[in-house]
Design a protein around this ligand. Sequence first.
Ligand code: SF4
Length: 392
Amino acid sequence: MAATVQQTQAVAAFRCTGDQCPDTCCKGWGMQLSAETVALYQTEAPELLDAVTSGEAEHIMRRDPQTDYCVKFDAGWCGIHKQYGDRMLGDACHFFPRITRRLGDITTQTATLSCPEIARLSLFADAPATPQHTTLERLPHSLTDYLPEGLAAADAWGLHQSALAATRDETASAERILMRLSAAARALETQPVAQWPGAFAFFLKIADTRLPPPQAKAEDPFNLINALQGLIGAAKKTARPRLMETLDCMTRALGVTLQWNDLTIQTAPDSLTRFLAIDTAWRTHYAAHYAPILKRWLEAQLSASLFPFCGLGNSLSERIAILAVRFATLKLALMCACHETGGALPEAETIRITQSLARFLDHLADPALSLAIYTETGWTLEARMRALVGDG
Ligand code: SF4
C-alpha cells in the first residue's frame, strides 16, 4: 500500500553506485531478514533459503567466510535483486542506506553516512537534510514509533527541524553549534516532554551564556584514538581497510603506536608537540574550509538519529556525548589527514574518512562500552566535552 513519507533530499537523490562503490554494504554485515521475507522465500523461492542463516539476528543473509561478502553479492550488485527483483529483497537490503521511522502519524526517511554515496550527498550536495513529501510503495515490515508520550507528532517534527536548522547557522562554528545542542539537550531533560517544543528554541538561544569554560587535558587526542581502538577491538572481527587507513593516518601523524593485543596506545616523546603543531595548522589553514563540512556532518547525524528522539544512548545527554566524541574523532582524523597531505583534502578523501568512521561507529548497537570509556575520560562532562570538540 502506498504511503506518504517525509524523505530527505539526500535520500531522494540517492542512487546506489553498485559496482563502483568503494565500500559495499554487502561486506561484513549480517543483513537482517524479517519473518515475512523468509516466509516469502518459503512459498515463492525456496532455493533462496540456502542464503539465509542466523547470527546477528534470527534471520540474516549468509556471508562467504573467506570474503565476508553476502553470498548473493555478484560483481558489485545484488544477485537476488538481479534474478528475482526488488520484491524478494529483505527490508535491510531493500532500504539500506535509508532509515525509515515513525514519529506518531509522520513517517520519516533519512539515511546513514556509512554509505559512501550518502556521505557524498550529505556533505556536498544542496540541502541534503531538507524534507520533502514522497509517496513510497513499500515500507519496512516493522517500524518503530519514536514519538514520546505527551507530544504531538507535528510538534516533535518541528522540534527536530529546529535542531537541523541550528546546524545551518553561518555565524557560529560547528563546534559551538554542537555545544549549543548539548546545552539545550541537557536542559530539555529537566523539562516535561510536553514543554520541549516551546523550550528548545529558548534553551538554544541562551546556551552560549551557560557553557562552562573548556577543560582540556593533554592526553585527549591520544585517548580519542585509544577509545576508537577499544571499540574496534571489542567489535566483530572483519577487515575494515578504509577505517584502518583513517586510523593509520592518525597514528602516523601523532607518532603513536597501537598495541592490539591489550588495546593500549603508546605515545612518543614528541606526540604532544606534533598534536599542537597539527592543531595550530588546522586553526590557521583548514578550519574555515572544513566548517561547512563539519556542520553538514552534524546535520546528517541529527537527521539520521531523528534528534532528539532516538540514536545511540538512553538519554539526551548520553546521545549528545556520543555525538560529540564522534565529532571530535572525525575532526582529529581530518586534521591528521590535512597535515599529512599538506593541504585541504580532495572531496573523495574527505568522504572516505567520514564514511569509514560512520560505517563502524554508526553501527554499534550497544552504547554501554562507548559511554563507559567516555565517562572514564570525563568527556560526558560539558566542560571536558567543550575542550574535546575544540570549542573555545
Ligand atoms: S554502500 Fe551504498 S552505494 Fe555502496 S553498495 Fe551499499 S547502498 Fe550501494
